[in-house]
Design a protein around this ligand. Structure first.
Ligand code: BG6
Length: 490
């Protein structure tokens, strides 16, 4: 089957924070690929906005360098030339009326088109930029605003930002992005659950012993120290990406794929998460920080050396989460994520109950519980671990025999980056893969007591060696319950 390109309407896209890491690493390459796949309609315009004074030609040169670097072998001069013609650059200081007027001029003539304001900036600027755009008269009925995560740094700031943005854009115009929802493999989770009847009957507490969600990265803090040190792994990964994955695993079947059907079900899961009570947070969560070690086979410095100053910011988190509803009561969800772990892998492990009674004599081998492993990255696919008879003579011996589908082998198409899909969804006005205000706030509500408990605890994050699977306390967190982290495939 070949990939299908669904045409979109002619649109204008304004990227605020156009000279930042996200813009160069993700947004511009994603738009380049849409150009390459001929999905960019004739006449669509891209306006880069940032504080730096520079010409459009200089900005385009920076975009070209970024696309060459991130598109790699697929880079094509002719495609880039076409893409470059769409781009203009407008320097903008949020407080300057003249600058807003210059932006309005760059958008003139596009009043009836979908007009996207992509805020790839610090969340402190979401309010002021929205207000500035409102005051400049460029928020048309067809306008949409895309907010990058994190939305705030706690519940109060998230509410404040949502209020500020909400004074200019109505909720249906606000697209809160979580790029994990745009990953092919994450959408495949919806296909797995709701396009197959096989799993529904066993997708509950009666059959599932527990669920593990791991998002492991080998990288350190890269060039984002200033952002990361204020954020830490709980805010950077758990409040959004990991809780969204949890929602997709745990939610009830939505009535359809429309935005509100899906978001209503995710919200119910977030509201069912058991609040971590005072005094419980340190039992149910572990935070860690990497020390110098051997990340990806090379000696790498520790977090504080990379940062250049002392810090109590966590680069690793493990949490035991509980979903208090009929489907999942008593089936814990163990979550973990970290930087400088031994391998880059994101996966969801659904571990089923053990067989209730073994009919086999001693010595046949361990009858392991079945596991469904949903690998999100890299080489996404699905693996179902089954017990089978070891072939050949020698009596009955059992062993684990995985059924394994790797999507790259099964479907030979280029996998678009999450941002390609999500940007086009905003143009189409499809908000299914974006977070609604109440979801973001419910996620903060759950995360906040953990942040508070850590904030008041004397204990610093537990150290772990770069290149290891995090502090030993994370192993103890799951082993206390008689379970272990799934790591055998890595
Ligand atoms: C981002 C985080 O949202 O997701 C980064 O801010 C993290 O710290 C990144 O590295 C991981 O995304 P991916 O797509 O590489 O798994």
């Amino acid at each position: 089957m070949t990939a299908q390109i669904i045409p979109v309407a002619v649109f204008d896209l304004v990227v605020f924070g156009a000279t930042g890491d996200l813009s160069f690493r993700k947004l511009m390459p994603a738009l380049y690929w849409r150009e390459s796949d001929q999905q960019m309609p004739e006449g669509s315009r891209i306006v880069g906005v940032a504080r730096t004074q520079m010409s459009t030609a200089d900005y385009v040169a920076q975009v070209e360098a970024a696309c060459r670097r991130h598109v790699g072998d697929g880079f094509d001069e002719a495609v880039f030339a076409r893409f470059a013609r769409r781009i203009t650059y407008v320097p903008l200081d949020v407080a300057s009326r003249e600058h807003w007027a210059a932006l309005a001029e760059a958008l003139a003539g596009g009043e009836d088109r979908p007009r996207l304001f992509y805020l790839a900036t610090s969340p402190d600027l979401f309010g002021p930029i929205s207000e500035g755009a409102g005051a400049a008269g460029i928020v048309t009925p067809e306008a949409r605003v895309v907010l990058e995560k994190p939305i705030g740094r706690d519940l109060a700031s998230a509410i404040r930002i949502n209020d500020q943005v909400g004074r200019v854009f109505n909720e249906s115009q606000v697209y809160r992005i979580d790029h994990y929802l745009g990953k092919e493999s994450v959408q495949n989770l919806l296909a797995l659950r709701f396009a197959n009847s096989l799993f529904e009957a066993v997708w509950n507490r009666a059959h599932v012993d527990h669920v593990q969600i791991t998002v492991a990265e080998t990288v350190g803090i890269e060039e984002r120290a200033a952002y990361y040190d204020k954020s830490g792994a709980l805010r950077d990964m758990v409040q959004n990406h990991i809780l969204q994955l949890l929602c997709l695993v745990a939610m009830e079947p939505p009535t359809s794929m429309t935005a509100d059907s899906v978001r209503d079900e995710k919200l119910k899961v977030l509201r069912s998460l058991r609040m971590v009570a005072d005094g419980d947070a340190l039992q149910k969560s572990v935070r860690g920080q990497y020390r110098a070690g051997a990340g990806a086979g090379m000696a790498v410095p520790g977090y504080v050396e990379e940062l250049g100053s002392p810090s109590r910011t966590e680069t690793f988190v493990a949490i035991k989460a509980e979903v208090d509803n009929w489907r999942w009561a008593g089936t814990p969800f163990y979550l973990r994520t970290g930087k400088r772990l031994p391998t880059r892998v994101s996966e969801i492990v659904i571990q089923f109950h053990k067989v209730p009674h073994s009919i086999f004599p001693p010595g046949v081998g361990l009858v392991e519980p079945n596991r469904l492993i949903i690998r999100l990255q890299p080489d996404d696919g699905i693996q179902l671990e089954l017990m089978a008879k070891d072939p050949g003579p020698g009596g009955m011996r059992l062993r684990n025999a995985p059924l394994d589908i790797r999507f790259a082998d099964a479907f030979k198409v280029r996998y678009p980056d999450a941002y390609e899909r999500l940007l086009m969804d905003v143009v189409r006005g499809n908000a299914t893969l974006f977070m609604r205000r109440d979801e973001v706030e419910a996620a903060w509500r759950w995360v906040e007591p953990i942040l508070q408990a850590w904030g008041t605890s004397e204990e610093p994050p537990k150290p772990y060696l770069a290149g290891s699977w995090g502090p030993t306390a994370a192993i103890a967190l799951i082993e206390r319950d008689g379970r272990t982290w799934f790591e055998e495939a890595h």
